[in-house]
Design a protein around this ligand. Structure first.
Ligand SMILES: O=C(O)CCC(=O)c1ccccc1C(=O)O
Ligand SMILES: [Mg+2]
Length: 390
């Protein structure tokens, strides 16, 4: 008999079954970054059934065009876990995730979905919100529950006119922070960033995301020209592998540099910190390996004076709610997060969406994730092609 970890009365709660449901959801209008256009998102909802009758949900949504493993790799580990996890306590399963990430056999996106499902089940069992549960796990002395999280609007790579139309819409909708995706035409980008700053005025925060598009020289030229436009920071200006270039860029231009594609697990986060390659870490739970691993990366960064920002991979609502709880459970995070992406998808797979108002995303207050899966929407977007269950 395994040692009791989370019990309801005298009964030890164990895992009874693990299911997963692959989906494919079109984007409303497409979304273009320096990595190219994105028209649809594929992922899977995972469901852990416990002996208490409670179902924990999570989402697996890697983004191979961007960084990390692909969905087939992430799903390929699930049949073995569905066979071996029944009978484990939630704590034992969490330890398996940690060990799987450490040894490398568990892809980060799979770890993210499973970790979320365990936390969701645990939160529902203890009748606490996932934010509070994560803080309790860390035995935080002061539980600082953040009820809503400031988020940035994101504008894809597009022409100057469309950029300004989108920016004005975002400001009118109440966003106080915009993130502009930039590409590789040096002079056009400088003009576009300047036109955007002129259109939105000085009070709105403006951050850039180059998604690895620039050479070192180009980054220096563009960023030097943009000092006058008060750029909050730039995400991943150079290739993900070029940590020494990122360090040199930090020393060359007075604009903060954030690591995004360079961060795809705990080891890569530690490499970035050791190389002094970034002023900020962009933490995507799907790439980091889940919420607990995300917390660890955020804490390790903060210990060295490096702030983090939680962002999405444009996952559906279950995964986005999980990322939102990670931000809410992280008192170290003070800047706007990149979590305003559900409207990009044609469906978020939730009944009742997350509340986004005046540039703030409300943290769901119910037990566990605090959001409800829309099972009929999931069925409508089911992707049999991705199912490995045969
Ligand atoms: O940060 C945001 O506002 C949205 C998330 C985002 O930009 C993004 C979404 C999918 C893949 C990569 C990225 C990115 O930050 O580069
Ligand atoms: Mg980015």
């Amino acid at each position: 008999m395994p040692a009791p970890s989370l019990s309801k009365g005298d009964v030890v709660i164990t895992i009874v079954a693990l299911h997963w449901y692959p989906y494919c959801i079109p984007l409303r209008n497409g979304f273009t970054t320096a990595h190219g256009p994105l028209h649809k998102r594929a992922g899977a909802i995972v469901e852990l059934i416990t002996s208490a009758g409670i179902h924990g949900l999570g989402e697996i949504a890697p983004l191979p065009e961007f960084a990390g493993s692909n969905l087939c790799e992430a799903l390929s580990v699930l049949p073995a876990l569905a066979a071996s996890w029944p009978g484990l306590t939630l704590k034992q399963a969490a330890e398996e995730i940690r060990a799987g990430l450490e040894s490398g056999w568990l892809p980060p996106a799979a770890a993210c979905g499973l970790d979320t499902a365990l936390l969701d089940a645990q939160g529902q069992l203890a009748q606490v919100n996932l934010t509070e549960l994560m803080q309790r796990e860390e035995q935080a002395e002061t539980v600082q529950q953040r009820l809503d999280i400031p988020v940035n609007a994101v504008i894809g790579t597009t022409d100057i006119e469309a950029t300004i139309v989108k920016a004005r819409q975002a400001v009118a909708a109440g966003f106080r922070c915009l993130k502009l995706k930039v590409g590789c035409d040096t002079h056009l980008e400088i003009e576009r960033i300047g036109a955007l700053r002129a259109a939105i005025g000085p009070a709105i925060e403006l951050r850039l995301d180059a998604n690895e598009a620039w050479s070192f020289e180009q980054a220096v030229t563009i960023l030097t020209a943009c000092i006058q436009f008060a750029i909050q920071y730039v995400e991943q200006p150079l290739k993900a592998t070029d940590l020494s270039g990122m360090r040199r860029l930090r020393q060359t231009v007075p604009i903060r540099i954030a690591a995004d594609e360079a961060l795809h697990d705990l080891a890569s986060a530690r490499n970035i910190l050791a190389a002094e390659a970034a002023d900020l870490l962009i933490v995507k739970p799907q790439l980091a390996g889940g919420l607990r691993m995300g917390r660890q990366i955020i804490r390790e960064g903060a210990a060295l004076g490096i702030d983090s920002i939680v962002t999405s991979t444009i996952e559906a609502g279950i995964g986005l709610a999980a990322a939102l709880h990670l931000a809410a459970a992280s008192p170290e995070i003070t800047l706007a997060c990149g979590l305003a992406t559900l409207p990009l998808l044609r469906d978020d797979l939730l009944t009742g969406s997350l509340v986004l108002k005046d540039g703030m995303l409300s943290v769901p207050s119910g037990a566990g994730l605090g959001v409800q899966l829309d099972r009929s929407a999931l069925a409508r977007h089911a992707s049999e092609a991705l199912s490995l269950r045969g």
